[in-house]
Design a protein. Structure first.
Length: 182
């Protein structure tokens, strides 16, 4: 039970102090789950985010479910998911009661502009950190470049890109294995 409470509190903390959605939560996920608690590795958090993005629903909640499951199976998944959404529910309900009264104020618009810039910086920091762990060789760099170019030129669903990248990694490693045997 103690671990379930820790999971709920950790994800509630992440949910309460990050803004901008799943990608903006990535630095906080890393700090809390990898660095502070040691519940996940950098590779695991990257994998969970990748798979979580391909699934229906909110990336942050999907990732919370994976992380919670790793710690305490189904009860851990539930505790982590509830923790991740709890702060948002409370904050949204409070904001919904007041936002319509203040939405037209220029100061509110300027505040949101500043918040968006901050979220972009947090996302860039997370991407740089993940880049160092994910793009570790020429094969990974080729897959990265291919997926990046395809994503910029097409509107393919993210799930297809992730699956294609996974299949590309499998194909390249299979070719290398066959060459090593020869």
């Amino acid at each position: 039970m103690k671990m379930l409470i820790k999971l709920f509190v950790a994800f509630a903390y992440i949910g309460a102090f990050t803004f901008g959605g799943g990608y903006a939560m990535l630095p906080m996920f890393r700090r809390v789950l990898v660095e502070k608690n040691g519940w996940l590795t950098d590779v695991e958090i990257t994998d969970y985010f990748s798979v979580g993005q391909c699934l229906p629903g909110i990336i942050a909640v999907n990732t919370a479910v994976f992380a919670g499951y790793k710690q305490k199976k189904a009860p851990g998944s539930i505790a982590a998911a509830l923790g991740a959404v709890f702060p948002s529910l409370v904050i949204i309900m409070i904001l919904a009661a007041f936002i319509t009264n203040f939405a037209d104020y220029p100061m509110v618009g300027h505040a949101f502009s500043g918040i968006r810039v901050c979220v972009c910086v947090l996302i860039i920091n997370a991407v740089v950190g993940l880049w160092k762990k994910a793009v570790v060789d020429k094969t990974a760099l080729v897959i990265f470049c291919a997926v990046f170019i395809i994503s910029m030129l097409t509107s393919l669903p993210v799930a297809i890109l992730v699956i294609a990248a996974g299949l590309g990694g499998i194909a390249i490693s299979s070719l290398r294995s066959k060459e090593a045997v020869k």
